[in-house]
Design a protein around this ligand. Structure first.
Ligand SMILES: Cc1cc2nc3c(=O)[nH]c(=O)nc-3n(C[C@H](O)[C@H](O)[C@H](O)COP(=O)(O)OP(=O)(O)OC[C@H]3O[C@@H](n4cnc5c(N)ncnc54)[C@H](O)[C@@H]3O)c2cc1C
Length: 295
């Protein structure tokens, strides 16, 4: 664990998180900007960036401009996936595997990812998990299914294989390779989750039934309410006030994670507002903490 206490932890490397970090840098705040990669994966996928004043080009070109600015402005980035954000007294504890960080406030800018299997959210805490390191020990000697989004998460599947009796791996990328003998690769797609109250297995697109005690979705982002216990959400989006504050004192949110429209400018704008609000919050911490944000 780092002994350092940051003023702010910005979670999410996309444009919302970047803008928040840039503004916090200008405010001379002591902040941690952490994410899976700077500027996010979505930006690189845009064949042509629309609705962005002064810019014509694709996402890769915009990412290069942002990177240049990040270097010139000296905005530090920490590459890590955050598994959990916990309010603990007057600060937040953020965990990333065996690592953890402390911060007085948080900006959640984790974007949105559509659910790959419908209804997964209904089984959260009842057999569905997004973090092998956090929940793996619950499946010691049991059977689990993993949907793995990229090679980066093979290690988490191997970790599960060290605990579970059997791991069925559904890989959403090419060239998957596992060392553990109890991992069976399934060249199919999970179509449905089965269970009554708790997960009992999955049904694949081709109709194969696999009995399992748990299903792990190993990917960059988890639903915000899974990441932060007690966080109020609506339709999967974080419920925010106009200043981007949430129902948890000291925790703000920005970007796609707060809702539509899913656009760069809206994400960047909210990142900026969240950074301004945090600046204000850190000065008047006590009065913010007692405020009713959703009257
Ligand atoms: C193909 C495509 C084209 C698009 N074209 C346009 C366009 O032309 N114009 C436009 O305005 N918008 C466009 N968009 C939408 C735009 O990409 C999004 O609105 C924008 O990226 C949102 O930024 P964000 O920072 O909120 O989230 P994201 O860009 O999604 O960034 C969130 C980041 O946080 C990371 N993250 C999530 N959870 C964690 C965690 N627990 N720990 C660490 N990191 C985490 C994610 O991996 C990601 O890198 C397009 C989207 C796509 C997919």
């Amino acid at each position: 664990m780092e002994n350092k206490i940051y003023d702010v932890a910005v979670v999410g490397g996309g444009i919302a998180g970047y803008t928040a970090a840039l503004v916090l840098k200008n405010f001379k705040k002591n902040f941690l900007w952490v994410g899976t990669r700077p500027f996010g994966e979505k930006l690189l996928k845009a064949e042509r960036v629309k609705n962005f004043p002064s810019f014509t080009g694709n996402g890769v070109e915009l990412a290069a401009l942002l990177e240049r600015q990040m270097i010139v402005e000296e905005v530090p980035f920490t590459k890590a996936k955050i598994d959990g954000v916990y309010a603990s007294g007057d600060r937040f504890l953020l965990t990333s595997g065996a690592l953890s960080y402390n911060a007085r406030s948080v900006i959640l800018a984790t974007g949105v990812e559509t659910e790959t299997v419908k209804g997964a959210a209904a089984y959260l805490g009842r057999g569905v998990s997004y973090c092998a390191v956090c929940d793996g020990s619950l499946y010691r000697g049991k059977t689990v299914v993993c949907e793995i989004s990229s090679k980066n998460y093979e290690e988490e599947a191997e970790y599960l294989a060290g605990l579970a009796k059997k791991v069925y791996a559904f890989c959403k990328y090419k060239n998957a390779a596992f060392r553990a003998e109890n991992i069976e690769r399934v060249d199919d797609t999970i179509a449905e989750l089965e269970g009554e109250g708790r997960i009992t297995g999955v049904i694949t697109k081709s109709g194969r039934k696999i009995e399992a005690d748990g299903v792990f979705f190993l990917k960059d982002s988890a639903p915000p309410a899974v990441l932060v216990g007690g966080l109020e959400t609506e339709g999967g989006h974080v419920k925010v006030a106009r200043d981007m504050s949430t129902n948890l004192a000291g925790l703000f949110a920005a970007g796609d994670v707060t809702g539509r429209p899913y656009q760069y400018l809206k994400a960047a704008g909210e990142g900026l507002v969240a950074a301004y609000s945090i600046h204000n919050y850190l000065v008047h911490e006590k009065s913010f903490a007692t405020q009713n944000l959703f009257p």
